[in-house]
Design a binder for this molecule. Structure first.
Ligand code: 5GP
Length: 205
């Protein structure tokens, strides 16, 4: 999605350690008009798919998911990061390792809001190693719900998450895929349709 790539190029900051800061429009200050365009794009990509619920994870997925949900006309459920999990049978629970904070969270979703009747679109801001997404997939599967697809704002194509999740047959639509970024020069390269990923290219080399 050109609009998102342009914003990443103009306002994204490449940090050492493979971290892209997009606080100016996505993770701190939020450009709701941009979110609206992103929601419209996911709706176009998932046209005709029977989605009745959007699932995301707190905190940074919530804003994007809510704006996207306006296009789908469905509710948003967000997985909560819990300090301690009281496994009382009321919640679906799993553990997720955070890429940015380097720690493990317990994550829960109430059984009241996710069950076998649900056809779920998972939305999140970033896809890196795929831990957050794997956790959300575990929760959806535990609930007996159907994963109809995944919408990601920014996928870091030089990390393994996208490849791992797609290999499971899950449809992942990332609106921008960063193939390469350089913390010293600030340079960012994107992957486009039909282009081999850097990870595939390294296997074929
Ligand atoms: P994963 O679990 O795929 O390794 O990482 C996904 C989560 O980590 C996302 O929900 C996002 O919050 C955070 N994350 C991973 N990489 C980045 C990054 O480069 N920049 C930002 N802002 N967040 C990231």
């Amino acid at each position: 999605m050109k609009l998102l790539e342009q914003r990443i190029r103009s306002q994204g900051i490449v940090k050492p350690g493979g971290v892209l800061k997009v606080d100016a429009f996505l993770n701190h200050q939020m450009d709701v008009a941009l979110f609206d365009e992103m929601g419209a794009e996911w709706k176009r990509l998932f046209a005709g798919v029977p989605i009745n619920k959007i699932l995301t994870i707190e905190a940074s997925g919530i804003g994007i998911a809510c704006v996207a949900a306006q296009h789908f006309g469905v509710p948003v459920v967000f997985a909560k990061k819990a300090k301690s999990v009281n496994i009382d049978g009321e919640v679906w629970a799993t553990k997720i390792e955070s890429f940015t904070h380097k720690r493990v969270y317990d994550v829960i979703v109430s059984k009241k809001y996710l069950g076998p009747q649900d056809h779920v679109l998972i939305i999140d801001d970033f896809l890196a190693n795929g831990c957050a997404l794997e956790g959300l997939l575990r929760i959806v599967r535990a609930a007996g719900a159907v994963v109809e697809g995944v919408g990601i704002a920014v996928e870091k194509g030089f990390q393994r998450g996208g490849e791992l999740i797609r290999a499971q047959g899950v449809r992942v639509e990332s609106l921008a895929i960063v193939e390469h970024m350089d913390a010293q020069t600030g340079e960012i390269e994107f992957r486009h349709a039909g282009q081999e990923s850097v990870l595939e290219a390294s296997v074929h080399a």
